[in-house]
Design a protein around this ligand. Sequence first.
Ligand SMILES: [Zn+2]
Length: 316
Amino acid sequence: MARQGVRMAMREKMVWGVPVRLLGVFAALVLLTPLVAACSSKQAAAPADDRMLVAVSIPPIADMVRQVGGEGVEVLTLVPPGASPHTYEPTPDQMRRLAKAKVLFLNGVGLEFWADKAIAAAGNPNLQVVTLSEGQEILQSDDNAAGNPHLWLSPRRAMAYVERIRDALIAADPEGEAAYRANADAYLAALQQLDADIKAAVAGFRSREMVTFHAAWAYFIHDYGLHQAAVLESTPGREPSAAEVAQIVETIKAVGAPAVFAEPQFSPQAAQVIADEAGVPVLILDPLGGTPPRETYLELMRWNLEQLRKGLGGTP
Ligand SMILES: [Zn+2]
C-alpha cells in the first residue's frame, strides 16, 4: 500500500510537472531504495528463518552441535547454563518449542529424566531423537542403575558424540552434508589436540588422586589414568553426612590427595568444610560451562585442565 501511494504521488507530480515536488519524490525514493534493498538482501541470505531448529539437553552438547552445524542450525538448550542436569527439568514453554525442532540430541544414561515427558509434550512426529552415548562403554554408578552419564567429560568420548552429531545433521538436512563434514573434521582435529594436551599434562601431575564433588569425572579419570579417591556427594544434591565427611577427610590424608574439587552448579560449603579439615585447597571443576570464559566445550575443558594442574601439580 505504501509503495503504491508513492507511485501515485509520483504520477501526480509528473502530470503537474512541478520540479520541486519531483525532487521531493526522488528524495523519498532514494531514501526508500536502501530500505527495500536491505530487506530483500536479508531474505536472500536468510539464515534466521531457514536455519534448522535443533534441541539439546546440556550446554556442552549445544556447543558441539553449533560447531558441527555452523550457520545451518539454531540450537535450543533445554537445561540452561548454571543449572544442574541432575535436578533441573525444562519448563513447559521450553518443551513446547520442541514442536518445531527437527532433531533432539540427548546424552542418555538416565541424565535426561524428563525426556519422555518432553517428547510427549512436543507432539512432533517428525522429531528425530538421537541419544549420543549409545554404543559406548558405560561405567557403573553408585546412585544410578543406568550407569554413569558423564561421558562428554572425556574428550575421547566427546569425539564419538561429534561423529554422531555430524551423521544425524546430515540425515536431517542432506543439503548441508559438505558443510557438516568439513565442520566436523576441523572440530575433531581440535579435540584430538585437546586429547594430546591432556595426556601430556597428566603425565606431569605430581598426584593422580582425585577428590571430586560428584562422580562427573569418572570417564576422564578412567581414560587419562587418574584415580577417584573419594566423591563428596554420592548422590548429586544430597549433602554428605557427618560420618561421610569424616571418612572423606581420612581418605584425603591417607592417599595424600592434594586438593578437593568443587563444582559451580552446587554449593561449595561441604567441599570447604572437608578441605579445611584435611588441610588442602578447594578448586573448581566445571562439568557444564556454557557461559564465558567457559562457553565452548574446548574452552571448558582447557579451563578444567588448568584447575587440575593447579590442584594435582605439574608444569603449566
Ligand atoms: Zn553430573
